[in-house]
Design a protein around this ligand. Structure first.
Ligand SMILES: CC(C)(COP(=O)(O)OP(=O)(O)OC[C@H]1O[C@@H](n2cnc3c(N)ncnc32)[C@H](O)[C@@H]1OP(=O)(O)O)[C@@H](O)C(=O)NCCC(=O)NCCS
Length: 370
């Protein structure tokens, strides 16, 4: 038995949800470029869960369900008040999602119908949880979700306590579309491994959040912003990035396990970053990002991934740096849950093998002889 480090190139499951073929990403066969251009996040979530685009009445039905489920139990909010104010936002989200299960009587109901309902419920509740934690740590009261608006709109409203402007809603909605699913990425795999034991959907999503948190995965968007803040201005880009490359440091937001010729999502976020920069009259983050890209791509051949330009996008939308990865989670929840439902439909325990590299023929030595 020979191990493949990081399971690179290993095909671990079949799936009809999303595909990456020759560098093209599709959700249910539809090119991400088309979806980014035309679809709302709610349409995409429907597409991932049900395998087809919704009709207008089906979309209205989903929006109604999302509205109905968006509140979270008071006990979960009370528990959030007890979290340390400076706790990591992804740790807070992981804990809060796990605690949502405690107040859902259907948490253990494994019928397909109940699981789909829980997926929709979690999709509705995640933005509420993230916004509530953000406000509580700032000493503010959480704001109840409102009905009749999109998830992107509602999230910004609950976060800031005021109606968001349309440009911000549109940008966030498009970012949610772009992050919704991505084949067998690390967090989705974690979710599938967890539920393949026939554990419940909340356990699967909690595992996924834990996996997304790391800087090699979803945590990279926050790490990109840390780097941009460290650089601070356009004139410092060259020397700092060159130092990092000379020191063989990883440049966050670059490289990808699957895409070697560029991440198809990155161009949409780059465009968004440029347009938002122009609109707000502050192009510096965008220009810094472009300069970093020129150097890293020029010298290493590495291209930006989905996380690179999302950092400048979210910062221009005045979103705190440590909410970037929770926003990724809000979006990817749609993909995670679609994969969880698919796993349940045709389940087999996921239990690979390990290539043993430890000592052989070792003997037990009594403790007083060691
Ligand atoms: C995404 C990522 C984890 C993929 O990892 P991987 O497939 O295991 O690729 P590796 O880490 O083996 O990288 C292959 C080579 O490219 C280099 N490389 C990869 N990403 C790099 C980066 N962001 N900056 C500098 N060098 C990088 C590695 O150092 C390695 O070089 P070597 O062969 O000389 O040792 C990796 O590219 C990375 O760490 N990127 C930064 C974090 C990030 O943006 N994550 C979000 C992904 S969407």
């Amino acid at each position: 038995m020979t191990a493949t480090k990081g399971l690179e190139g290993i095909v671990a499951t079949t799936s009809s949800i999303s595909s990456i073929i020759d560098g093209v990403l599709t959700y249910r066969g539809i090119d991400i470029d088309e979806l980014a251009e035309h679809a709302s996040f709610e349409e995409v979530a429907y597409l991932l869960w049900y395998g087809k685009l919704p009709s207008q009445s089906e979309l209205n039905g989903l929006r109604k369900e999302l509205d109905a489920y968006a509140s979270v139990p008071a006990e979960v909010i009370e528990a959030i008040r007890l979290y340390p104010k400076d706790t990591n936002t992804m740790a807070a989200l992981r804990t809060a999602v796990s605690s949502l299960a405690l107040y859902d009587e259907a948490a253990g109901d494994m019928s397909a119908e109940a699981n789909l309902k829980k997926a929709i419920k979690l999709q509705a509740q995640l933005p509420t949880v993230v916004a509530a934690f953000s406000r509580i740590r700032e000493g503010k009261e959480p704001i109840a979700p409102k009905s009749g608006v999109s998830i992107a709109h509602n999230f910004l409203y609950m976060l800031n306590g005021e109606e968001p402007d349309e440009v911000a809603v549109k940008a966030l909605d498009q970012a949610l579309v772009l992050h919704a699913d991505h084949e067998l990425n690390a967090s989705t795999f974690a979710a599938r491994v967890t539920v393949a034991t026939l554990s419940d959907i909340y356990s699967g999503v909690t595992s996924a959040i834990g996996a997304l948190k790391g800087p090699l995965h979803g945590g990279a968007n926050e790490a990109v912003m840390v780097m941009l803040e460290e650089i601070g201005s356009l004139d410092r880009v060259e020397s700092i990035i060159q130092d990092k490359l000379n020191n063989k440091e990883k440049i966050m937001g670059f490289g990808h396990r699957v895409y070697k010729n560029g991440d198809p999502r990155a161009k949409h976020l780059q465009k968004m970053s440029r347009e938002l920069g122009k609109l707000t009259g502050n192009m510096e983050l965008y220009e810094m990002s472009v300069k970093i890209e020129d150097i890293v791509t020029g010298q290493k051949g590495l291209k930006p991934n989905v996380d690179f330009y999302s950092a400048s996008v979210y910062t221009t939308l005045k979103i705190a740096r440590d909410l970037f990865t929770p926003i990724f989670a809000i979006s990817r929840l749609s993909g995670w849950t679609a994969h969880i439902l698919e796993q349940y439909e045709n389940n087999r325990l996921i239990r690979p093998r390990a290539e043993y590299t430890g000592p052989s023929s070792a003997r037990y030595i009594p403790i007083n002889e060691r």
